[in-house]
Write a protein that binds this ligand. Structure first.
Ligand code: F0G
Length: 445
């Protein structure tokens, strides 16, 4: 299917197209890009994906990402030809996405106030590097290799760098990671060191680190693997694919994610747009994105909390000036994103326009939760025998808040994504030592 895949600017007024080998993360006018496919995959592939769960020795069937390879075939290979797959597709021996699927968690359902059978939570923390990032890193590094990149580069609040470092070590390529000094979880920092990444400490926050890493990638021949890279988005589409497949492709009412740089909701939106266009799903689930109260750019703008205007994708004509004025306002007032959930401590979500597009397509909502609520969400997940980090707790308490507000109805079917595993050992210890916390089980002596 050579010539099937290409890149296209997301701005409908611009819409410039590029060949698939193009490596910039923007069009020449500075807009984000989408990977596009000319051919329409047949719904009969559902059967093929299902059968691949018996991997028959192929790591590309074992992989929760490449199992769906026909729906992200930007390498334009013969997907049944294992030699071609081995030559092109980057994989952690089939482990990315392999363990992810939705589960019922009764204690979380009780806490939220939703019937247990209507709540599904999908832990992405059991990916090899401990977060959902491995889904998108498999595809981004595949494109990096396809275009001959020698070095991958990212900025990170910790999980992207862990994932990038792991893939780079596996592929024998270099990796530079820009991290906001002192603002990432110790377990995430140690992963980047352990995988041999070159750490660049930035005196500032994630937004500053991203700016510096994008500049350096451009000036020093690096390949950017942050979620502004459209190939990251392709791999992360498999998160909703796995959820939908598990539900026999019967779309739930809601898909709920924590929001940071908004790569995840962008990929979920793209996955749903494609599946709907291809006729694989009839109903479109609504996306709910949960910001931290201390890093609430999307929620503020989407809900009209700034200048009383509700920011919308508006069919490809979003009010960009409103976003600029919001950022100027943050700068002028010295407002820096601040939350204990450092994974989502982001003030300038790089994918905001794709995020808005996803919310428009799915009639989505955005809201915020506090740090102490996120800790409760994280902790109740733990009581079900699952492990997640504080930012992922936002999903649980976000669902609870939206149910209490009557936005999510009690009989709605909800899939919440638990984005990452606990990598800050002291957060649960401190939580449980304080008997005032809702789920605390303090130590005895
Ligand atoms: N949850 C976790 C555990 C994360 O690590 C991140 C982002 C998010 C949620 C937000 O996802 O950016 O797609 O909206 N972490 C990035 C990083 C920024 O550098 O690891 P998003």
């Amino acid at each position: 299917m050579q010539g099937d895949a290409y890149l296209k600017c997301i701005n409908p007024q611009c819409g410039i197209e590029y060949p698939i080998e193009y490596t910039s993360v923007q069009c020449e006018k500075g807009h984000l890009l989408d990977v596009k496919y000319k051919n329409k995959p047949s719904p009969e592939l559902k059967e093929v994906f299902y059968k691949r769960r018996n991997s028959e020795g192929s790591i590309f069937n074992e992989s929760g990402v490449w199992r769906f390879r026909e729906l992200l075939n930007f390498c334009q290979i013969d997907t049944e030809n294992i030699e071609e797959c081995s030559k092109y597709l980057v994989s952690l021996d089939g482990a990315e996405g392999r363990q992810s699927k939705p589960y019922h968690m009764s204690k979380a359902a009780d806490f939220i106030g939703i019937p247990n059978e209507n709540l599904w939570l999908q832990p992405e923390g059991y990916n090899p590097s401990g977060s959902f990032k491995d889904n998108g890193m498999a595809t981004a590094v595949t494109h990096a290799k396809m275009t001959g990149a020698k070095k991958i580069v990212c900025a990170s609040t910790g999980n992207t760098s862990a994932s990038a470092g792991m893939f780079a070590a596996n592929e024998g390529i270099n990796c530079d990671v820009y991290i906001p000094a002192g603002q990432i979880a110790p377990g995430k920092l140690s992963q980047a060191y352990q995988f041999g990444a070159q750490i660049v400490e930035v005196d500032g926050n994630f937004d500053d680190a991203l700016k510096q890493s994008l500049d350096d990638a451009q000036n020093h021949d690096g390949y950017t693997v942050n979620s502004v890279n459209p190939f990251r988005i392709e791999g992360q589409k498999t998160i909703p694919f796995r959820a939908l497949e598990y539900l026999n492709w019967e779309a739930p009412d809601w898909l709920v994610y924590p929001g940071g740089a908004l790569g995840n909701i962008s990929s979920c939106g793209k996955a749903l747009m494609e599946l709907h266009e291809w006729g694989w799903i009839k109903k479109i689930p609504r996306i709910a994105v949960i910001n931290s109260e201390g890093a609430s750019t999307l929620s503020d703008l989407y809900n009209g909390k700034f200048e009383n205007e509700k920011l919308r994708w508006n069919d490809g004509n979003p009010n960009i000036e409103l976003i600029s004025r919001y950022y100027d306002h943050l700068d002028k007032e010295g407002l820096r994103p601040k939350t204990k959930a450092t994974a989502i401590q982001i003030g300038r979500p790089a994918n905001i326009l794709k995020g808005l597009r996803a919310l428009e397509f799915t009639n989505g909502v955005a809201t915020t939760v506090s740090d102490s609520e996120m800790l409760d969400g994280m902790s109740v997940v733990g009581l079900n025998g699952f492990d997640c980090e504080m930012a992922s707790g936002a999903t649980v308490v976000g669902i609870k808040k939206l149910i209490n507000e009557g936005v999510i109805k009690n009989d709605d079917v909800v899939v919440g994504i638990l984005t990452g595993r606990q990598k800050d050992a002291m957060i649960p210890v401190d939580y449980h030592r304080n008997s005032e916390n809702e789920f605390a089980i303090p130590p005895k002596n």
